[in-house]
Design a protein around this ligand. Structure first.
Ligand SMILES: [Zn+2]
Length: 259
């Protein structure tokens, strides 16, 4: 329960702050109907929360607690200082999520689900909440598997999950981050200008900048690119074959992977 309140609190504060940033420092004019997009994206988010709560409960922290009790996983077999173990678990979790994101693009049935996230014709902070519930469930199971495997501390799992949600909001934000800040941040983490290229309709651009929190995974995978070919203002966002906003309502998106 405390975990849920902690996450909800952080989420609401960040959503409000980034929402203000999008309102007062927008990076690009929105092209599609914002009210409709927000209804759709927040509708999907509510379904995702329900799916996670009803089907899986607090599966990740439970997995971490269970691994600790049973002495399972890498970090339950080693005796490293807590800060070092925590930092290592955080980086490993982010690497695992990076691989998962690449897999959602390369494995056709997973791409069918992940397309729902990419079909958004604008990218703003609600895009970071827009995932098909089946993708959210698969992702939760995958993450629980990783947590059991590495035996991460429950507190680290909680901190990683909160950071991942925060970065999902931030990197999808339609926020004009000052150029100097953007450059400094990108040395370590992903920024909105970096991630926007990943939402381009061009396949070669979608196959880049997969990062969630740390930017070094893309550099290591040689998938890091600074900007879209048409620039931050000119890049066309969404899927090349799903261009009609009116057809991208909630019901349509829920059925999209199965058509
Ligand atoms: Zn993607």
């Amino acid at each position: 329960m405390n975990e849920a309140i902690f996450r909800l609190g952080i989420f609401l504060i960040l959503f409000a702050l980034l929402g203000l940033a999008e309102t007062f420092r927008p990076r690009r004019p929105l092209r599609d109907d914002k009210a409709r997009r927000w209804r759709t994206n927040l509708g999907l988010f509510l379904l995702d929360i329900l799916a996670q709560r009803l089907v899986l409960g607090a599966i990740l922290v439970s997995a971490a607690l269970h691994a600790g009790e049973m002495g399972w996983g890498l970090f339950n077999l080693t005796a490293l200082p807590f800060w070092l173990e925590g930092a290592a678990a955080f980086v490993i979790l982010d690497g695992a999520i990076y691989l998962q994101h690449v897999a959602t693009h390369k494995v056709p049935p997973l791409w069918r689900l992940h397309r729902v996230h990419h079909a958004d014709l604008d990218v703003d902070l609600t895009t970071g909440l827009r995932f098909h519930p089946v993708e959210i469930l698969l992702s939760a199971l995958y993450k629980a598997g990783i947590v059991l495997l590495i035996g991460a501390d429950p507190l680290i799992v909680l901190i990683y999950e909160a950071s991942l949600s925060a970065f999902a909001l931030f990197t999808h934000g339609n926020i004009a981050v000052p150029e100097g800040w953007d450059r400094a941040l990108r040395r370590l983490v992903c920024t909105p200008d970096m991630h926007r290229r990943h939402h381009s309709t061009r396949k070669d651009e979608t196959d880049s900048n997969y990062g969630n929190i740390f930017s070094f995974w893309d550099r290591l995978a040689r998938a890091y690119f600074e900007n879209p070919a048409l620039g931050q203002q000119g890049v066309i966002l969404g899927l090349a074959d799903e261009r009609k906003g009116a057809r991208l309502g909630l019901t349509h998106l829920l059925l999209m992977p199965f058509r």
